[in-house]
Design a protein around this ligand. Sequence first.
Ligand SMILES: [Ca+2]
Length: 269
Amino acid sequence: MNKYLLIVVVLLAIIVASIDAKKERKQRKSQLNTDEIAVKSATDTAAANEVVKQDQCLKLKCDAGKECVIDTESGKAKCQCISTCADNTDVRRRVCSNHNTTWQSDCHLYKHRCDCIEGQKSSDCDDKHKHMHIDYYGECQELPECRKEVLEDFPRRMREWLDHIISKKVETSGTGDDGSDHSKKWIDAIIWKFCDLDKQPHDRQVSRHELFPLRAPLLSMESCISDFLNGCDPNDDHKITLVEWGECLGATDAEMVDKCNKFHSIKEN
Ligand SMILES: [Ca+2]
């Protein structure tokens, strides 16, 4: 009798253990499902946030050194200082500031300026950093002095360079020969460049700020670019008109016809 009782007890123990193990497996599976749902939900939320961000940020233009983010409280897009700039080891992407300091890239320079303005980085900041901008591309270096004969020849070289660029553009766009006087093609080229620089705002005047895309890439290679551009603003009001631009490149007032609407429409096509 005792022997049968022992067998029954052992069997009962096995059954109870099996039920417990089954329960545990069920609980573990349920927990796993809950975790998976939580992860999926978090992923979906992140993806949805990214879509919202992309959508809202398309409409928001941030200044240099800033990036668009979604404000966690309002849910709206806003500009804030760039959080991180990618490390740059390419010396060609380095920039020299107007304070003669070399920065890893334009991103690093403008991020630092933004951090200083926003007070996010008290160390390494002084007032001049709040107004820092790129003077030219490449590492800072001792720039060669502008020689008189190079400056005198500069307008001719600039005309030829612009003429070459616009000829390439016409070739690429397929607009072909419009029957205009070829000997005066350089006039169209310099008018085109003026319209191209006059962007922010489109007010038929080129400010010092608008000259930046022309000046910065050339400064380390062309010793006379600054003197040349200064000469295009004889009344020193920091704005170059179409006629002033023409005069400094050797065109007469009458030749400087405003064709910006035409050139802008070519660009947009
Ligand atoms: Ca302008």
